[in-house]
Design a protein. Sequence first.
Length: 64
Amino acid sequence: MKILQAELPDKLYEQIKLLIDAGWFQDEKSVITEALRRFLETHKPELMEKFVKKDVEWGLHGKD
């Protein structure tokens, strides 16, 4: 397992603390791990390429 260190804006950290205090997560690590997992699931290279191609097609032809 790798250890990462990050600086977060105060407001973002406050939101993390609210989730923990509400019982949604045990600690900061679990919030950040879940957030990164979800981000990476929705930003896989093949998905990003598909979305870019769709945007280019729409930009060239204006079709939805």
